[in-house]
Design a protein around this ligand. Structure first.
Ligand SMILES: NC(=O)c1ccc[n+]([C@@H]2O[C@H](COP(=O)([O-])OP(=O)(O)OC[C@H]3O[C@@H](n4cnc5c(N)ncnc54)[C@H](OP(=O)(O)O)[C@@H]3O)[C@@H](O)[C@H]2O)c1
Length: 249
């Protein structure tokens, strides 16, 4: 049975990796899905791949005016949002001496400002029984050299989870988060590390993962669909770690 028939799902950063895999699964489960990204070509391409219930809107999550326009477009297209997956983001890594203002601002803009203003813009389209799912990261639980700014920004998102959940309880909107460990996506190509540094990083990270492998986008998508479903009807304000045990031992 399709679990999300007649549901509208908005996924920020849905053109690749975790967001795209989640969009595909919601489509398979009967939902109408709107994805965002910063580039017209990848947004159009992804919307085409999703099929007739898939839509794409170009919106930069670090721009409040883009997020307001996104809300207007979604309102005119579907009139409502049942599930909002606040997923857009990337991690830029640098050792402390190399962090500059641009690095700091860009990371906090897409992850923290982006989460706050995505939720603020879309909230008027969300009714009782709808769901917000944030995307945090295991970096909130473990010190990882080079990841100061990214980890601090994701820790702010983790904090938003608690406050959003407390504040939206009265409106009967559940708010939860997925906290991925290392997942096979384009993420690591965008960190600023070269191939050799990425290999070294992967080795160090895998040492810390009891299951000794990277996760797959589908494994995060499974958790998002669970949190958005009636099977999770009493789960509110929490994070699910999908990390092969990385932060559990
Ligand atoms: N992969 C991991 O190991 C891992 C672990 C923990 C958490 N996460 C989190 O998972 C989320 C998705 O990452 P991923 O691993 O799936 O990486 P990915 O394959 O690089 O996907 C990132 C997505 O976010 C979009 N995006 C980036 N900046 C954006 C912006 N300013 N506005 C709108 N969209 C934006 C990208 O689209 P465009 O570039 O086309 O705009 C793309 O669709 C991120 O929040 C990341 O921090 C990933």
């Amino acid at each position: 049975m399709e679990k999300f028939n007649d549901k509208v799902v908005l996924i920020t950063g849905g053109t690749s990796g975790i967001g795209k895999a989640t969009a595909q699964q919601f489509i398979e489960q009967g939902a109408t899905v709107i994805i965002t990204g910063r580039h017209q070509d990848t947004v159009d391409q992804t919307a085409r791949e999703l099929g007739e219930r898939g839509h794409g809107v170009v919106a930069d999550s670090s721009s409040i005016s883009d997020l307001k326009k996104l809300a207007e477009t979604v309102k005119s297209k579907t009139g409502k949002v049942d599930v909002l997956f606040v997923n857009a983001g990337y991690g830029k890594f640098a050792p402390i001496p190399e962090i500059d203002e641009e690095h700091y601002s860009q990371q906090f803009d897409v992850l923290v400002k982006g989460s706050i203003f995505t939720v603020q813009s879309i909230l008027p389209l969300m009714g009782e029984g709808s769901n917000i799912i944030l995307n945090t990261s295991v970096v909130t639980e473990q010190g990882m050299p080079g990841a100061s700014v990214y980890s601090a920004a994701k820790s702010a998102v983790q904090s938003l989870l608690k406050t959003f959940a407390a504040e939206l309880s009265e409106q009967k909107i559940r708010v939860n988060a997925v906290s991925p460990g290392p997942i096979e996506t384009d993420f690591f190509n965008k960190t600023g590390m070269n191939d050799e540094e990425q290999e070294g990083f992967a080795e160090t990270v895998l040492d810390k993962v009891p299951m000794k492998r990277f996760g797959k986008s589908k494994e995060i998508a499974d958790a998002v669909l669970f949190l958005a479903s009636e099977n999770a009807s009493y789960i509110h304000g929490t994070e699910i770690y999908i990390d092969g045990g990385m932060v559990q031992f």
